[in-house]
Design a protein around this ligand. Structure first.
Ligand code: UGA
Length: 443
């Protein structure tokens, strides 16, 4: 692969656009970001990241200072002279579950007349099968190529994922153009390049996310089986993952899966399949079982409050949809907290980064402040610092020493020894409510 340096335009300065921009600059390219939001552009030009993502701000700062990364709200400042233009605009869910392509279509029309002949426009956003042709039809430029290059970046480790991809997928009707897009990635860690047709590239993204979500719902269900029959999900999950055909990742049970991608992409795939004449029954069941997981956790919290939730106080640890991000879009934590607030529970929440501003929820500055006078400690996000809390100190300020840990991050023995009733996911309840005595594994 050549290591030619290119001029790259990025349309949309969200998670995907910003990470891609900073990483392409790191690979040595000249990168310009186009966004409609002047305050975002100003932040970028000042070397600041408008979002929290590990390592992103340092990378942005370095490349803005070096002159290899810049931003503008003016299409003329970004698109002319770009060899490659990556579309990184949102594709939210339409009310029927399908992906709303209006941003993508608008962005395509906005750039159409400013593209250099021979430029390549690339869909990086997660877009329905067929969208490469939608962009082509909006551009109406026979001298410009269109390709699909889906992203597989996890929030919280997006930069690592960009630089160390499991694979790079490029879909294009013209194999030479696909190879040119692949060349832009020269400099990332050694990886497999999958050069394919546009439809396959688009589907690879949806199928990957849907499979991962399915796997999580599966392990959450197995955790429930552990609760019903006995057995420890930590042991079960580890041993399942040791099978090389299965592998160890994405087998950690939790309060349900969320974020800006899985909920949207699973629904979109199910809807697309249905529109194509195939009823994706088990994907629908996966989506439904995830909603049920939120209900189940809320019910379990209410149970631990003695079934009289109104007026009780719950200390919530974690509001982001997972650790390492401030993102609360489709956050399971938010879903569960909202259910508790509806039951009349008083909630004080602590999250090191996220601040969704849920009505009726006090966001406080530390876990110990949240725990003050609480009847239950409810761990909803796996921030590592939650594993390091002092259970004695928590017990001393709580009204009742009880913890429901939906991420299995607290040391159940240490909490038990501090007098806590401890409940985790897929594990026998080690200590009885209120009195701290041992309970046998349910049979
Ligand atoms: C996900 C995919 O992992 C990325 O590959 C993809 O590029 C991205 O969506 C996207 O489509 O843009 P992300 O949304 O950042 O990335 O989140 P994940 O790390 O995949 O986590 C999703 C949810 O699953 C979270 O709620 C997380 O807490 C949960 N999860 C994950 C578990 O409950 N257990 C696990 O073992 C792993």
């Amino acid at each position: 692969m050549t290591s030619k340096k290119f001029s790259i335009g990025i349309v949309g300065g969200g998670y995907v656009g910003l990470t891609s921009a900073a990483c392409f600059a790191e690979l040595g390219h000249r990168v310009r970001v186009l966004d409609v939001d002047q305050s975002k552009v100003d932040a970028l030009l000042a070397g600041k990241s408008p979002i929290y993502e590990e390592g992103l701000e340092a990378l942005i700062q370095a490349h803005v200072d070096a002159g290899s990364l810049t931003a503008s709200i003016d299409v003329e400042q970004v698109i002319p002279g770009s060899d490659f233009v990556f579309l990184c605009v949102p594709t939210p869910s339409a009310p029927d579950g399908s992906a709303d392509l209006s941003y993508l279509e608008q962005a395509s029309r906005d750039i159409a007349l400013h593209l250099d002949p021979g430029a390549v426009v690339i869909n990086k956003s997660t877009v329905p099968v067929g969208s490469t042709y939608v962009v082509r039809d909006q551009l109406k430029r026979s001298d410009v190529s269109v390709a699909s290059n889906p992203e597989f970046l996890r929030e919280g480790s997006a930069i690592y994922d960009f630089m160390n991809p499991d694979r790079v997928v490029v879909g294009c009707v013209d194999p030479d153009v696909a190879q040119r897009v692949a060349d832009v990635y020269a400099g990332v860690a050694e990886t497999e390049f999958v050069l394919t047709d546009p439809e396959s590239a688009e589907l690879i993204k949806y199928a990957s996310n849907a499979y991962l979500a399915t796997r999580l719902s599966f392990i959450n269900a197995v955790a429930e089986v552990c609760e019903a029959l006995g057995g420890d999900i930590a042991q079960v999950s580890r041993a399942i993952g040791l099978d090389s055909r299965i592998g160890p990742s994405f087998l950690q049970p939790g309060p349900g899966w969320g974020g800006s991608c899985f909920p949207k992409d699973t629904r979109a795939l199910a809807t697309m399949a249905e529109q194509g004449g195939f009823e994706f029954k088990f994907l629908n069941a996966v989506i439904e079982s995830n909603e049920e997981q939120f209900d189940l956790i809320a019910r379990r919290a209410v149970e631990m409050l003695g079934d009289t939730p109104s007026g009780k106080k719950v200390a919530v640890l974690g509001l982001a949809f997972k650790a390492g991000t401030d993102d609360v879009r489709c956050s399971p934590a938010v879903e569960i907290v909202e259910r508790l607030v509806k039951e009349g529970v008083e909630v004080a929440a602590y999250d090191p980064q996220a601040s969704p501003g849920i009505e009726g929820v006090a966001e406080v500055a530390s876990p110990y402040e949240a725990a003050q006078g609480a009847d239950l400690l409810l761990v909803l996000t796996e921030w590592p610092e939650y594993g390091d809390l002092d259970p004695e100190r928590l017990a001393a300020v709580m009204s009742h020493a009880a913890v429901l840990d939906t991420r299995n991050v607290v040391d159940s023995n240490a909490y038990g020894a501090a007098g806590f009733a401890v409940r985790q996911i897929g594990r026998p309840m080690q200590f009885d409510l209120r009195d701290g005595s041992s309970r046998s594994t349910p049979t």
